[in-house]
Design a protein around this ligand. Sequence first.
Ligand SMILES: Nc1nc2c(c(=O)[nH]1)N[C@H]1C(S)=C(S)[C@@H](COP(=O)(O)OP(=O)(O)OC[C@H]3O[C@@H](n4cnc5c(=O)[nH]c(N)nc54)[C@H](O)[C@@H]3O)O[C@H]1N2
Ligand SMILES: Nc1nc2c(c(=O)[nH]1)N[C@H]1C(S)=C(S)[C@@H](COP(=O)(O)OP(=O)(O)OC[C@H]3O[C@@H](n4cnc5c(=O)[nH]c(N)nc54)[C@H](O)[C@@H]3O)O[C@H]1N2
Ligand SMILES: [Mo]
Length: 765
Amino acid sequence: MAKTKDQDVPGVKAYDGPAGGWGALGAVARAIKDQMAIAEDTRALLRMNQPAGFDCPGCAWPDPKHTSSFEFCENGAKAVSWETTSKRTTPEFFVAHTVAELWTWSDYALEDEGRLTHPMAYDRATDRYLPVSWDDAFRRIGETLQGYDDPDVVEFYTSGRTSNEAAFLYQIFVREYGTNNFPDCSNMCHEATSVGLPVSIGVGKGTVTLEDFDLCDAIFCIGHNPGTNHPRMLTTLREAAKRGVPIVVFNPLRERGLERFAAPQSPLEMLTLGSTPIASAYHQVKVGGDVAVFKGMMKALLAADAAAIAAGGDSLLDRAFIAEHTTGFKALAADLETVSWEVIEAQSGLPRAAIESAAQVYAAAKNVIICYGMGLTQHLHGTSNVQQLANLLLLRGNIGRPGAGICPLRGHSNVQGDRTVGITEIPSDGLLNAIQQIFGFDPPRGKGHNAVESIQAICEGRSKAIICLGGNLAVAMSDPEAVFAGMRKLDLAVHIATKLNRSHLLLARESIILPCLGRTEIDIQETGAQSVTVEDSMSMVHASRGTLPPASDQLRSEPAIVAGLALATLPGTKVDWAGLVADYARIRDKIEAVYPDFHDFNARIATPGGFRLTVAASDRKWLTPSGKANFLVCAGVEEDPRASGAGALRLTTIRSHDQYNTTIYGLNDRYRGITGRRDVIFLNQQDLAALGLSHGDRIDIETVAEGEDRPRVLHGMTAVAHDIAAGSAAAYYPEANGLVALGQYDERSGTPAYKSIPVTIRRAA
Ligand SMILES: Nc1nc2c(c(=O)[nH]1)N[C@H]1C(S)=C(S)[C@@H](COP(=O)(O)OP(=O)(O)OC[C@H]3O[C@@H](n4cnc5c(=O)[nH]c(N)nc54)[C@H](O)[C@@H]3O)O[C@H]1N2
Ligand SMILES: Nc1nc2c(c(=O)[nH]1)N[C@H]1C(S)=C(S)[C@@H](COP(=O)(O)OP(=O)(O)OC[C@H]3O[C@@H](n4cnc5c(=O)[nH]c(N)nc54)[C@H](O)[C@@H]3O)O[C@H]1N2
Ligand SMILES: [Mo]
C-alpha cells in the first residue's frame, strides 16, 4: 500500500515546534559539543555583535542599536563554533591522506577536520599537499602571475566573509596587476538586486534601516527563510507581529520561522512553551511565480484605485509622489492591462482572491517594507522580479520615507561591503579615476568577468589561473561537472581559506592553500591588535575585533596575505603594502580617500554601532539618468516555458537549517522535519499522486533539456511529501547543483537560475 505523509520514512518526521525555542537551545549545545569548543568559545559567543566584540559571520542582518545583552541566535552560534572549533587540519593530516582519497570524502567530512594550520602546496609525486613556507608560497604564485603577458587570463574570486579592509586591498592589488576579473559570490546571490535596483531607484542596496521596522504598518516577506538564514530578524518580526503589523508571506514552502517563533530571551514563551505567530497571511506561490504575483498585486491595486476614485474616494496610489518622483507609470499601467488574471493565476499557482487580499493589505497600510531573498533573485528573470517589486513599492510612495522601503536580505556577512569597496567586474570611471589619483597607477578600464563568465573562461581554457579569497566556488557554482573539469586544467589555483573544501582538491598544475585568520581571532600586526570593518544589509558599517587566540601560529590575516601576494607579484608596485598592513587604520584612510562617503572613517567606527553609508534613494534622491525613480516594464509573466510542459515541475534549491552555503554543519533540517539525511526532494502530495508515486519512494530527477550538451540527472533521491505549492519541488543546495546548466542564468545580472529548474521526476530505476 502507498505510504501517506504520516507513515514512516527514515529520517522524515514532521516537526511541530516553533522556530527558536528549546529546539534552538539544544541545537546550540550540540554544535558547541561537536566542535569540542572550549569555555572560551562560549564567552566569545556572549561578546558577539557587541561594540567591542566581533561581527557574527553568520549573516548580514544588522544589530539593534543599543544592544547590551547578548542576542541569542542558533545559527550564529553554529557559525561561530564551526570557526572556533578545536579540531585542526594539520600537515600530518595531509600526510595521512592523498588528494585522491580526500576527493571521496563528503563536503561535511572535509570541513569537519577543522581549521587549516599551515600553508600547503600540492605535490604531484606523492599526490599530497605538503607544507610550504609563506615566502615560498608567495614566490611561486608571484612567478606564475608575472609570467602572463595578459593579466586577463587570471580570475580573482571573493567570497563575502572578507572584511572591507581585505577586500579593498585585494581590488587594489588585482587592478595594479591589470585586470577587472572579479568573480564574486554576490554574482550568485543578490546580483539581480545590484543590477536591477540602480535602474529602478538609483542604488543597488536596500533603503530601510532597522528603526524603520518600528514604524512600518505592514511587512511582506518574499522568498527568504529568516528562521534559518537570518535568525536575528525573527526578533524584529516578532516585535512587529506583537504590534499587530500584518506580515504577508509569499513562499512555496511553509517555513516554520515565518509561521511562529519562540524567543529564547522570553522567559514567558520558554516556560510556557508558547510562541508568537509571525505571518498573518501565508501564500504558497508556485516556484518562479513571483512576477505573476507582483503584476497581479499591482493590477488589483490599480483596479481598486479606479473603483475608489469612481466612488468619489481618495486615490489608493501616491499620485503626488508618482508625479514628482517617477517616470514610466503609464507604460506600467498599460502592461498590467495586457496581463490576464488567468495567466497570473496559472503562473503563480494562487487564486486571484489571494493576490487581491495581499493587495488590500498593501493598500491599507501607510508604510510598507518588502523583504526578499534568494527566492526572488536566483531566477532566469531575477532582475525582473526585483524591479517589479520596486514598482509595487513606488506605486504608493513606499520608498524614501520612514517606516517604508525595500529590504533585500544580503547573504554573507560582508558581501555588501565587499562590493562597496570595489570588488566589481564593472568598475565605474569614478572609482578608477580615484584609484589612479590616490595610488598612482593606471587601473584597467575594460569590463572583467563575473562568476559565470570566469567559469566559462576557465572551462574554455581562456583563463589560466585563479586566486580565491575564501569560498568554495566550484561547489557553489552551477554545473559542477563542467566546473570541476575546467578547474583541473588551470596552471595555478590559490585558496585563501579557513577550512579545507572540495574546491581545494581540484588540482591545477600548481595548487596552494593559504590558511587565514577568522573573524573571531585576534589579529596582531606591527602596530598591535587590529580591527576590521563590515557593512550589513542596511548599509551600517561597524568594526569587528577578534578575541580568540588564532587556531595556529602560522595563520596570517587576509589583509596580510593580500599584501604578500601583491609584493611577490608586482615588483614595481606603487603601493606601500607593508605600511598599510602594519596598521589597518591606514587602509581605512585610503578607503576614505577613494570613497568620500566613508569620511572620518576611523573616528566614526569608534562609536558603538558604527555609521550608515549614504543611500540616496532613502532620501528620495534618485541617482538614475532620468533623475527620477523609474517604473519598469517586463514582458510577460512566465519564468521558464520548459517548466510548464506536461509532467514538468519547477525545482528550487534551498539551504537546510544545518548548513552555511557549501559548509554542511550536520545532516538535519529540524524545521522541515528531516533528520540525518539530505538526499530528499520535497514534493506536493498531489503531484506525487499524479506521478503514481508515494511519500518515501526512491526517485530520479532530471532537468528538462533543450539543446543541452548532456542529460542532467540526480539519481536515487527520496520523495518527501511536504507542504509545498503544487507544481513545485525543492532540493538541497549544493547537492542539486548538477541539475543547473552553466548557461541557465539571468541574462541581465548573470545570476544562475538555481531557484527554478524545470525537471521531471520518475521512480528510480
Ligand atoms: N545559517 C545560514 N545562514 C545563512 C546562509 C546559510 O547557508 N546558512 N547563507 C547566507 C547567504 S550567502 C545567503 S544569500 C542568505 C540566503 O538566505 P535565503 O534567501 O533565505 O536562502 P534560501 O535557503 O536559498 O531560501 C530561499 C527561500 O526562498 C523560498 N523560495 C524558493 N524558490 C522561491 C520562489 O520561486 N519564489 C519565492 N517567493 N520563494 C522561493 C524557499 O522556500 C526559501 O524559503 O542567507 C545567508 N545566511
Ligand atoms: N543551487 C544553489 N547554488 C547556490 C546557491 C543556492 O541558493 N542554490 N546560493 C548561492 C549563494 S547565495 C552564494 S553566496 C554562494 C556561496 O559561495 P561561496 O561564498 O563561495 O561559498 P561558501 O560555502 O560560503 O564558502 C565556504 C568556505 O569559505 C571558507 N571560509 C570560511 N570563513 C572564511 C574566512 O573568514 N576567510 C576565508 N578566506 N575563507 C573562509 C572556508 O574554507 C569554507 O570552506 O553559493 C551560491 N550557490
Ligand atoms: Mo549568498
